[in-house]
Design a protein. Structure first.
Length: 636
């Protein structure tokens, strides 16, 4: 059975690969979940081929998947090979691999080098077990405590202390082993700090202190990391009657060397993580600035385009059919109209792709009402995600009287109603496998049979489907029938999201504003320019539907004369206030404060009210964030 070995943040985990596809990423629904910050939620997959070989495929991750130092999109991977995601290393092994063999640590030590006589009678395995805690809890305290325990178990009958320099450069005991009281600092020699401080110097050497009338023998050993001293290892005998031999001092010096390396590695790792965090914050800031600049560029491009068209008196292309109900002068929408002109009267199924709110039903209606079918039959629409299978089947196919409890009369289904016309099935990707099979039969045979009926009847309809899902991906996962996908995906129309057609925002706002103003009885209502600029900068995740709802809400809440920034939703209000302030000649201080308030609000919303995390994202201390929130009158 193949295994995947994951080395991440000092931990190593083995995963047995039981399926033909292994998904990897930060999301909990992956087969293997990573914690590395560079990993995407769904980063990559391992796929077993028919010949039992493996293929590594990147899922368009943000930071990439690397093999042999090079980014890969899709590549074969052999047993024993390793790939990398951020700082995480993942290696593929077969069941025969030696990667899982273990050996006794004592076997690696020459017989002559093993400390067999007292006081070294403690087994090396027990001493090494001291490092179990820092392997799980990667903190400075856990590392220091593991060092003291290792020394204490290696040399029974001693007390151990590790001291490190505080902020003022003085040695302070941080970890203790085998001390008696709850305040082990009080048990240290009176001259401990003065001696330990001297050993923090770069060229300090071991100091062995013989027993006195009041204190047992002890040794001070500097913990060196490169050219500097990171701490001091202090070991004293429990008994005044037993000395510390030269051999034991030499052993302790070797342990101190290992401890210094361990402490230095941990410090380097923490510094590296801090640097990565700063780099990540810097990248986020750059991304935010880039998005703002792109939004401003889009807005200026739209304004220049409108001015140029007005100055040149140019007209938009004329189309064979009427698309006046659909606002779209952006190149992406012009391409949609060009496609509609070609296929309006073709008897082929059409699949409309687009995010929610982009106007997929408007396109379906245009296909029907501009075609010859508009005179022969009806336009019938149904949302496939709105009904359970049992109701959905009766809605599509109808039923005969007595087919089930409550069927007191015959009912004609949507396919029957659409005979001669067009049926539009929205959210086609949501239908169940059983309904997919029944829909495929209708498309292949051109016949329907009502529930409870014995006779089939021919139906003539044009099928238009829509979805916001990637149906090709659904087919690959086995969630959508491939044969049905080929049936409905004859002609595909892809609608651009509103963020990719910002030239149309002003036109859409004008249309929605006029309609809402007439409905509300506000014929002379005006919109502040800063509000419109904010709308141009916003990305509109809900697309045209979100924009329409925003305009309707503002008109409903207005005084009937003017729409200003106060009526906008929170995510748009800050942008509008900054634009209005800029137009009115506001000072640089006012503009900067406005940007700060918006960034703070975004960070608070992003972290769901976690002030510490928000401060970390903003590069502030928690106290600094609280002071800024108090200054701007933002609730804590």
């Amino acid at each position: 059975m193949p295994f995947l070995v994951v080395e991440e943040k000092g931990n190593t985990n083995h995963y047995q690969l039981t399926g033909s596809e292994v998904s990897i990423g930060r999301a909990p629904d992956n087969t293997i979940m990573l914690t590395d910050e560079k990993a995407s939620r769904h980063h990559c997959v391992l796929e077993q081929q028919s010949d039992k070989s493996w293929q590594l495929r990147d899922l368009k991750s943000r930071n990439g998947t690397y093999m042999r130092g090079e980014p890969v999109l899709e590549t074969p991977i052999e047993y024993g090979e390793t790939f990398q995601i951020g700082l995480a290393r993942l290696s593929l092994y077969s069941e025969e691999s030696s990667a899982f063999e273990t050996k006794n640590a004592m076997d690696a030590i020459p017989e002559a080098a093993r400390p067999g006589a007292a006081p070294f009678a403690v087994g090396i395995n027990e001493a090494l077990a001291s490092f179990a805690k820092p392997s799980v809890e990667d903190t400075p305290k856990a590392i220091l405590e593991s060092i003291t325990q290792f020394v204490g178990r290696l040399m029974p009958g001693v007390r151990v202390c590790v001291a490190v320099a505080d902020d003022e450069g003085n040695a302070r005991g941080r970890a203790f082993f085998n001390f008696i009281s709850g305040t082990p600092t009080d048990e240290l020699p009176g001259n401990f700090h003065s001696i330990a401080n001297k050993l923090l110097a770069p060229r300090a050497k071991t100091q062995v202190k013989p027993r006195t009338a009041t204190h047992p023998p002890c040794v001070y050993i500097p913990l060196k990391t490169g050219d500097r001293c990171s701490g001091v290892l202090y070991v004293e005998r429990e008994s005044k009657e037993v000395d510390i031999s030269e051999t034991q001092v030499e052993l302790l010096e070797h342990v101190a060397n290992l401890a210094g390396v361990l402490m230095g590695a941990a410090e380097s790792r923490r510094n590296e993580e801090a640097l990565e965090h700063k780099v990540a914050n810097f990248e986020n800031e750059l991304e935010s600035v880039r998005n703002e600049l792109e939004a401003k560029l889009d807005m200026q491009t739209a304004e220049l385009t409108a001015l140029r068209l007005e100055a040149e008196g140019r007209e938009m292309p004329s189309w064979e059919h009427d698309y006046s109900d659909i606002i779209g002068k952006a190149p992406g929408m012009q391409e949609v109209f060009r496609m509609l002109d070609k296929i309006t009267d073709l008897p082929v199924p059409v699949l409309i792709l687009g995010e929610p709110g982009t106007g997929k039903e408007l396109i379906a209606r245009a296909l029907h009402f501009n075609s010859s079918r508009a005179k022969q039959g009806r336009f019938v629409a149904e949302n496939c995600a709105a009904l359970p299978d049992t109701l959905f089947e009766s809605e599509l196919f109808g039923y005969v009287k007595g087919a089930f409890t409550g069927a007191d009369r015959d009912k004609q289904g949507l396919f029957g109603l659409a005979n001669g016309g067009t049926i539009f099935l929205d959210e086609i990707g949501e239908i169940s496998p059983s309904m997919q099979a029944k829909l495929l039969r209708v498309l292949e045979e051109g016949e329907i049979r009502p529930i409870g009926g014995k006779q089939t009847r021919k139906v003539d309809f044009r099928l238009v489907c829509a979805t916001n899902k990637d149906l090709a991906e659904q087919v690959r996962k086995g969630a959508f029938r491939q044969d049905l996908f080929f049936r409905i995906n004859v002609v595909t129309i892809k609608l651009p999201p509103l963020r990719e057609r910002k030239e149309d925002i002003t036109l859409l706002v004008d249309r929605f504003l006029k309609v809402s103003a007439e409905e509300s009885g506000y014929p002379d209502i005006k919109m502040d320019r800063g509000v419109l600029r904010a709308m141009m900068n916003y990305n509109w995740p809900g697309n045209v539907r979100e924009l329409e709802n925003e305009v309707r809400k503002m008109v409903a809440l207005s005084d009937g004369k003017k729409i200003d920034a106060a009526l906008l939703s929170p995510q748009l209000r800050q942008m509008a206030e900054e634009e209005s302030l800029s137009e009115s000649g506001g000072s640089l201080k006012d503009v900067v404060e406005g940007v700060e308030k918006r960034k703070i609000q975004e960070a608070i919303e992003r972290t769901k009210g976690n002030k510490s995390r928000a401060a970390e994202i903003l590069g502030l201390s928690r106290l600094g964030l609280r002071k800024k929130m108090e200054r701007y009158g933002m609730s804590d």
